[in-house]
Each structure stands twice: as structure tokens, then as C-alpha cells.
Design a protein around this ligand. Structure first.
Ligand SMILES: *Cc1c(COP(=O)(O)O)cnc(C)c1O
Length: 384
């Protein structure tokens, strides 16, 4: 096997485009100098369309979870009750963060592999008017579900004035997101998924409604205080030393998005989803989620007659193709293919081709080429 060859198809970290890799190797600069200011100035407006917001998107140098924790500590006042909609491991993470801050949280569990129903959230809030913030996950990475965040705002607003905070870490940048139009108050994403960068940056924006509350919130916080980031961003700056190499890379990522066109980026992800799902279907292997709930960035597959972990080993050892296993109680039950960021229909054909070979090697009898052919057909229909 070629030592340098790595087919990284987990739902983050995802591969880095070569021009982004090169941008990140630029000579270091001072974070308080003119060059850093110009860099941040050029990045700022380009993040807004990715979030679908007119608000500034703040950049924190830390992994995606810092953005989730920021959403919690900035929007929840001491003593308030909140609701966490849990559709998998990342919804669960919000409850752990709330727990760490002794926040009184309600938890609405949805069966793993399914999307939440905005009406159920609405009904829950009707019964619990004391809830002041709703936390939800856009793409639930652990199951490959894309939750109906586009319908959450309306459902919540019809019965409650609770703020809505959304974890979009594994899809924002790959899936059309309209934070303002959908009525999302806080939206978070991270650098190492659809944003085509290494881990190390979290992105977070807040609505005007959210800012009013954040400004008055006496909950203590320091590094994660959103106000510090906003006040500095107004001067094209950050409150602490930013991960400047990642900022160099980010500027190039935003350039790549612009060149391809955001709408095309979203279409490409949709096409990759459809190609992957039809291929798996053609091979006779069950998918975890329904088509209506499936995320364009990650696909979860639930084998019935072979071992997911054994297959993952073959993929890895023989072909250097890494896919993800299941999390928590889904460990060993499913495997997940990431198709986000620097990933194209050509990559999907490669993944499926390798998968077919590995399935044979794992002892599952399949017709070689059947999955690839199905993906090819989807491609042909998709580009017409
Ligand atoms: C990856 C991911 C995160 C953040 O994880 P980090 O390891 O902290 O970057 C949060 N939420 C979702 C949905 C994710 O997929």
C-alpha cells in the first residue's frame, strides 16, 4: 500500500484541498498587525451566505464542541430551563454540556436514525412554557439524519419565545442553510467537516434576539464569551491569538466556494448522497435512514448479514479507505460513509468500487459492479 495514500471518508475530519493545504503553509504573521486585519476583513462577509445570515459569523480557535458550549453558556441564564432535542450522539452532547453547567434541561429523545418532528417540539413547548432555549442538531452525524431545522423556527415561534440554538457542525457548508429565514437564533459549525479544513475552528452566529439576551446574561464565561468575539470582529480582529494558519486556509476555502458557487456545492453534496444511497440499495444492504431524513453529507448503513467492524478493517487494511463505525449503542451495528467537503461524485464511485471488493473479501456475496452502476445511473440522471 502507498504510505501517503489515505482515503478519509469519515464524517470529519475530511480531506483538505491541495490549494488549502498550501495556503496553510504561509509564513506566520502577527495577529495584531495589518495583514491579520486584512485577512479577517476578507473572510467576514464570505461566511455570511454559508450560514444564510446577515449577522457576523464569529470564529473561535477550538474544535466544534467549543461552539456548542458557547451556544449554551451565552444563551442560557442561570436558573433557566431548556429543551434538548436528542436524535443521536451529538444531541446527547448538548445535554452533557448543560449537565456540566448544572442547567435544568428537558430531553426529548427521538429514535436513532429518525428525524425529529417539529410538531412534537411545539407540543412539548406548549406543555412547558418555562423552557427558554431549544437546542437541536441539524445533521445528526451519528445516524446520518438531516433534521428539519428549516421548519423548527416556525413551530417553536407559534407557541413560545424560546431561543433556538442549532448544531450545524457536520453539514453547514455542504447543505443550504438559511439561518435568518428559518428563525434560528444561534448556529454553530466547525472547520473539519464540510468546511474542508483541519479541526481547530468553530464558527458561530447569533440573531438580534439572541444578542439581546447574550448581552444581559450574567452567566460567567471567559474564553467562550461571544461578546468578546463580536466586539473584536467589528474591528476585524479576535479577542485571543487565532489559529492563523487555519485562517489562511479558510480564506482559500471561501475562495473555492465562490469559484464553484455555493448552490453548486449544495447540489454536489445532494448528488453524492443519492449516488451513495442508490449504490448501497442496489447491493441489497439496508440504509439506516429514510430518504426523506437522509443527510447530504454522511450516510449510515446497517448491515444484516455481515460484520460492520470486519468490513471496516478490510477497507482500511487493504485499501486505506477509512469509514466510520457507529457511536454509543450503534457501535458495531452500523458504519458511516462521509461524503462532504473535498469530495466529488468521482470519489463516490471509488468508495463504492472499493466497498464492493471489500464486501466480497468479507464473505458477502454481491454482484461486482452493481453498486457502481447504480451510482453511475444516478449521476447521469442528476446532470441532465
Ligand atoms: C463533529 C461534530 C461536532 C464537534 O466535534 P468536535 O470534535 O468538537 O469538533 C459537533 N456536532 C456534530 C453534529 C458533529 O458532527
Amino acid at each position: 500500500m502507498l504510505a501517503d495514500q489515505q482515503f478519509l471518508r469519515i464524517p470529519g475530519p475530511s480531506p483538505i484541498p491541495p490549494s488549502v493545504q498550501r495556503a496553510m503553509s504561509q509564513t506566520m504573521i502577527g495577529h495584531r498587525g495589518q495583514e491579520a486585519k486584512e485577512l479577517i476583513h476578507s473572510i467576514r462577509p464570505k461566511l455570511k451566505p454559508i450560514f444564510g445570515t446577515e449577522q457576523d459569523v464569529m470564529i473561535v480557535s477550538a474544535s466544534g464542541t467549543s461552539g456548542l458550549e458557547m451556544a449554551v453558556v451565552n444563551t442560557v441564564k442561570p436558573g433557566e430551563e431548556v429543551l434538548v432535542v436528542v436524535t443521536g450522539a451529538f444531541g446527547d452532547r448538548f445535554t452533557k454540556i448543560c449537565g456540566a453547567y448544572d442547567i435544568n434541561y428537558h430531553r426529548m429523545d427521538v429514535e436513532w436514525g429518525k428525524a425529529f418532528d417539529p410538531n412534537e417540539v411545539k407540543e412539548y413547548l406548549q406543555k412547558h412554557p418555562e423552557i427558554k432555549v431549544v437546542f437541536a442538531t441539524f445533521c445528526e452525524t451519528s445516524t446520518g439524519v438531516l433534521n428539519p431545522i428549516d421548519k423548527l423556527g416556525e413551530a417553536v415561534r407559534s407557541v413560545s419565545d424560546a431561543l433556538i440554538a442549532v448544531d450545524g457542525v457536520s453539514c453547514v457548508g455542504g447543505v443550504e442553510t438559511k439561518m435568518d429565514e428559518w428563525g434560528i437564533d444561534v448556529l454553530v459549525t466547525g472547520s473539519q467537516k464540510a468546511m474542508m479544513l483541519p479541526a481547530g475552528l468553530a464558527f458561530i452566529a447569533a440573531s438580534e434576539r439572541a444578542w439581546e439576551k447574550i448581552e444581559a446574561n450574567e452567566q460567567s464565561r471567559f474564553y467562550l464569551d461571544l461578546k468578546k468575539y463580536r466586539d473584536n470582529l467589528l474591528n476585524d480582529s479576535t479577542p485571543f491569538t487565532p489559529a492563523l494558519s487555519l485562517f489562511f486556509g479558510l480564506e482559500q476555502v471561501l475562495h473555492l466556494f465562490e469559484e464553484e458557487g455555493l448552490q453548486h456545492v449544495f447540489q454536489r453534496h445532494n448528488l453524492m448522497k443519492n449516488m451513495t444511497r442508490e449504490a448501497i440499495r442496489a447491493l441489497g444492504i439496508p440504509l439506516l435512514t429514510r430518504d426523506e431524513d437522509a443527510s447530504p453529507t454522511v450516510t449510515a448503513i446497517r448491515p444484516e448479514d455481515f460484520e460492520a467492524e470486519g468490513l471496516r478493517k478490510i477497507l482500511n487494511n487493504e485499501f486505506a479507505l477509512t469509514v466510520a463505525g457507529g457511536q454509543q449503542h450503534m457501535k458495531g451495528e452500523i458504519f458511516r460513509i462521509g461524503h462532504m467537503g473535498y469530495c466529488s461524485p468521482a470519489d463516490v464511485l471509488q468508495i463504492i468500487g472499493i466497498l464492493e471488493l471489500s464486501l466480497q473479501r468479507a464473505g458477502k456475496s454481491i454482484e461486482l459492479g452493481k453498486g457502481v452502476a447504480a451510482a453511475q445511473q444516478v449521476y447521469l440522471q442528476g446532470v441532465q
